[in-house]
Structure formats: structure tokens, C-alpha cells
Design a protein around this ligand. Structure first.
Ligand SMILES: C[C@](O)(CO)[C@H](O)COP(=O)(O)OP(=O)(O)OC[C@H]1O[C@@H](n2ccc(N)nc2=O)[C@H](O)[C@@H]1O
Ligand SMILES: Nc1ncnc2c1ncn2[C@@H]1O[C@H](COP(=O)(O)OP(=O)(O)OP(=O)(O)O)[C@@H](O)[C@H]1O
Length: 321
């Protein structure tokens, strides 16, 4: 950084996700599960701003900021360290997270911040990492992180990190009901294993009706086709979610399902008006902490337009000066 770059900062916007299909295979020897994971990026966003600093520092603002770790376990910090290590530099960066994605909600909030931090540091440091290198680092950080980089819709195979982009033929209107407490992703996978003991679990396969409904932008067809193999495990650990699902369906949702490992519940609506109505009914139902509307698909952290560079501040006299 030269002196004139001192005030440069890079801000990257990154979306949450919902899984419109989450087919889970048996536990692998490494403890992970093979998936057929159909990701859809939705318009609830975190922002990560990277600015030069003497050493790695994380700050966070937003209603759930108190739940976010500010040490090196934060996925944004891990992303900065991974990129710095790869290019032989020090991760001398201040990462500020503006958090709007529910924490520990099954919407890949931490993964989103990891992907956004990677893109922001790459731009701030002028690293020029290729998309393949960024995707490789994302996959090291976590199974959901590559998707946060690409956004849109994608099929994730392996543990969910191997992505194939999917076509989306229209806008989908969603409502997300957040819960008063979080669920741990490893705990939900463990519960999946416990519930499946003695059962022959087939290898996961992507659902043709899900892919076709996405490609056509057909909400009614998608509502019939969605599935989440982790839902019984999430409901087993968090039985009250059944009340939220019932309330959203009664309010006119085309379908309701647990988002990923939960406990956020996701409701598909016929249009924007229906989504607003379902959110209002859910808020009044007493079965959730909050209800938010969001449209899909949304662009990922690596998309053109997701990155904004600010500064350097203009030289010369200030207003006071
Ligand atoms: C539930 C989903 O959010 C659906 O998109 C993801 O599969 C979870 O992705 P993630 O939070 O990025 O997960 P990771 O950080 O990679 O792994 C956290 C833990 O979740 C479990 N895990 C995760 C992914 C996977 N395919 N199989 C697993 O069993 C493992 O116990 C792992 O230790
Ligand atoms: N940047 C971050 N934002 C939120 N949580 C983070 C972050 N970095 C690390 N964490 C840790 O990760 C845990 C899971 O948080 P996160 O919001 O990513 O859950 P999630 O949305 O359920 O994840 P996923 O859907 O990918 O399984 C948190 O409880 C927190 O301890």
C-alpha cells in the first residue's frame, strides 16, 4: 500500500442461501456426508468491508452481532489468513462485517462472510487470484463457502463444495422465519445419522423436478418438488419448528421447509404480495422470532457489481481547513 492508498477500502455484498433440495447420503469415513445439494441464493445480505490495518482485526455490527465470534475462528478471518498464506503476505487487514443474515440459522451466514472476505482481500491486496484459486480456498474453508462466492443457483455434490451452475428462469418469492435460538450444523448431521441407524441410506441424487422447476421459474412446481433430508433431524432437535411450518402453510405459503440444517424455516410464496402477507401472519403467530421476505436468485460475492471500492480520500484542504 502506498500512502495515497491508506484510505482505500473494499466492500463486498454476499447473499444467504436456501437449499431447495438437500439429499444426504450415509456418513463417509471422514465424517462428512455426500450430498445432492441444490443451492439457491436469496436476497438477504451481509457486507464485508476490508481496509488496511496493522494486524488482522474483525468487527461486526447488526442485530445478531453479539453471536458472531470476533477471533480467528470467524470464517472471514480464516479466509483472509488463507489468502495471505497462499500469496506469502501478512493478513494485515481490518474486516468489518455488517450482518443481516441470521446467525446459526441454516442460511450459510458464516460461509457468506468467508467468501466475501476472500473477494474483498483479493481486491484490496491486488492479489489477482483466479476464480479457480478462490473456489479452492472457499472449499477449504467450508462446504457451503464456494456457493456463497458463485451465487445464483447451483448443484453441489461431494460434501456440497463441487458446484455446477443451474439455470433459473424467473424470480422466486420467499419468506424466512428466524428462530429464537440457533442449531449447530454438526449436531443436525449427527442427529441425521442417529435417526438413520439401521436404515439403508441411498446415494444422493439431484431431483429432475427441482431442476426443471428452477429452470422454468415455476414456483408452484418448485413447491411440490422441494425436499430436505435434514428436516426430520432439525425437527427432532427443535420440535417447535413444526408450529412455524404449520403457521406459514396456513398463511398461504405454497410450501414450507427447514432451510438447510435449520432452524430458519423457508416459505415459498406465489408472488411478492403473498410473501408480504405470509410474513405478516408469521410475525403475529408467536411461532418465530422474526419473518423476512427475500427474492431469489441473488448474485454471489464473486459477481460483478458485488464489490465496491471506496477512496482514497481526496487530497487537499478539508471543509474545515
Ligand atoms: C447443511 C448445509 O448448510 C447445506 O448447504 C451444509 O451441508 C453445511 O455446510 P457448512 O456449514 O459449510 O459445513 P462445514 O463447515 O463444511 O462442516 C461442518 C460440519 O457439518 C457436517 N457436514 C457438513 C457438510 C457435509 N456434506 N456433511 C457433513 O456431515 C460435518 O459434521 C462437519 O464437520
Ligand atoms: N462470520 C461469521 N458469522 C456468523 N457465524 C460465524 C462466523 N464465523 C464463524 N461463525 C460461527 O459459525 C457458527 C455457525 O454460524 P452460521 O451463521 O454460519 O450458521 P449456519 O447459517 O447455520 O451455517 P450453514 O448454513 O452454512 O450450516 C456460529 O455459531 C459461529 O460460532
Amino acid at each position: 500500500m502506498t500512502e495515497s492508498d491508506e484510505h482505500v477500502s473494499v466492500t463486498v455484498r454476499v447473499p444467504a442461501k436456501v437449499n431447495v433440495q438437500l439429499a444426504v447420503g450415509p456418513a463417509r469415513l471422514d465424517g462428512f456426508h455426500d450430498l445432492a445439494n441444490v443451492f439457491l441464493a436469496v436476497g438477504l445480505y451481509d457486507e464485508v468491508t476490508a481496509a488496511p490495518a496493522e494486524k488482522l482485526r474483525i468487527t461486526c455490527e447488526g442485530p445478531d452481532a453479539g453471536l458472531v465470534p470476533l477471533d480467528r475462528t470467524n470464517l472471514a478471518a480464516r479466509a483472509a489468513e488463507a489468502l495471505a498464506e497462499r500469496y506469502g503476505r501478512t493478513p494485515d487487514v481490518h474486516l468489518h462485517i455488517t450482518k443481516d443474515i441470521p446467525v446459526a440459522g441454516g442460511m450459510a451466514g458464516g460461509s457468506a462472510d468467508g467468501a466475501a472476505a476472500l473477494v474483498a482481500c483479493d481486491a484490496l491486496w491486488g492479489t489477482g487470484a483466479s476464480r479457480d484459486v478462490l473456489l479452492e480456498i472457499c472449499a477449504e474453508l467450508g462446504s457451503d463457502v464456494p456457493f456463497s462466492l458463485v451465487g445464483g443457483a447451483a448443484l453441489g455434490t461431494g460434501r456440497g463444495e463441487r458446484l455446477t451452475a443451474l439455470e433459473v428462469g424467473g424470480t422466486f418469492h420467499w419468506v424466512f422465519a428466524t428462530a429464537a435460538r440457533g442449531l449447530s450444523t454438526p449436531a443436525v448431521f449427527r442427529e441425521f445419522d442417529r435417526l438413520g441407524e439401521g436404515v439403508d441410506i441411498p446415494a444422493p441424487v439431484a431431483s429432475r423436478p427441482v431442476l426443471d422447476a428452477l429452470a422454468k421459474g415455476d414456483a408452484a412446481a418448485l413447491a411440490v418438488a422441494v425436499s430436505n433430508d435434514l428436516q426430520p433431524a432439525a425437527l427432532s432437535l427443535f420440535p417447535e419448528l413444526a408450529d412455524t411450518l404449520a403457521a406459514g402453510r396456513a398463511a398461504g405459503a405454497l410450501t414450507g421447509l427447514v432451510s438447510g440444517s435449520g432452524p430458519t424455516t423457508a416459505f415459498l410464496a406465489a408472488d411478492a404480495n403473498a410473501a408480504a402477507e405470509i410474513a405478516a401472519v408469521l410475525r403475529a403467530s408467536g411461532t418465530c422470532a422474526s419473518a423476512r421476505v427475500a427474492e431469489a436468485p441473488a448474485a454471489g460475492a464473486g459477481a460483478a457489481g458485488a464489490t465496491a471500492v471506496a477512496g482514497p480520500l481526496p487530497a487537499g484542504p478539508t471543509l474545515e481547513g
